[in-house]
Ligand binder design. Structure first.
Ligand SMILES: O=C(O)CCC(=O)C(=O)O
Ligand SMILES: [Mn+2]
Length: 199
């Protein structure tokens, strides 16, 4: 599959609402945030149970947000850490860009091309129906793959340093997404997905 490097802006896919903005952060701002988040976020190596076996998830992660924003997925319970100044400021930028409020953020650190995220949709019940998710990428460019759960139609976006991908509407209902492993990338990447968790 060829990445669609091309036409930032609204992406026309059936039963999805995607808006990809490559000019969200300046190069200098994106560089500074990458350095800051790598050093200052409370990264953890979590494990999940897969077919009865405990396995390390193939990336580091951290969960920040308002105090009541506990998040559960794959048997993990994530209690939020309080907002850092930089995360709070980035949240506000995302809120302006999306016209939507967020109260939490999942940070993922892909240390190199060997780190990945499997096929899933952001469809936990805490997110409600048709969630708006703001996904900020910093560092190495990695491909985000989409597949439609009924037609199996596929789509790939190469997520650039400093970019914002907004996923909303029925996207999480009809499409799964994943970050595949790749031998071509040796640098790290941090992704932040701002979400609104319903109490
Ligand atoms: O790293 C990415 O771009 C995707 C992250 C993601 O899907 C998630 O945090 O749920
Ligand atoms: Mn996701």
């Amino acid at each position: 599959m060829q990445p669609s490097l091309f036409n930032p802006g609204k992406i026309s896919l059936p039963q999805a609402e995607l808006d990809y903005r490559t000019d969200f952060l300046s190069q200098a701002k994106a560089d500074a945030l990458l350095l800051c988040f790598r050093q200052s976020l409370n990264w953890r190596q979590d494990s999940i149970k897969l077919y009865g076996k405990v396995v390390k998830i193939p990336r580091l992660q951290a969960w920040y947000g308002d105090a009541d924003c506990t998040y559960r997925y794959s048997g993990l319970t994530m209690t939020p850490l309080p907002w850092t100044e930089e995360l709070w400021e980035l949240k506000q930028r995302c809120e302006q860009a999306c016209g939507h409020r967020f109260n939490s953020v999942l940070a993922n650190w892909y240390r190199d091309g060997n780190d990945s995220m499997g096929w899933h949709a952001d469809s936990e019940s805490e997110l409600g129906d048709n969630p708006v998710i703001a996904s900020v990428s910093l560092g190495a460019c990695r491909n985000l793959d989409f597949r439609h759960i009924h037609s199996n139609e596929k789509y790939r976006i190469a997520l650039a340093h400093g970019s914002l991908l907004i996923m909303q509407g029925a996207t999480q209902q009809y499409w799964q997404h994943a970050i595949a492993k790749t031998r071509r990338v040796s640098d790290g990447r941090i992704n932040l997905t701002f979400r609104y968790i319903k109490a």
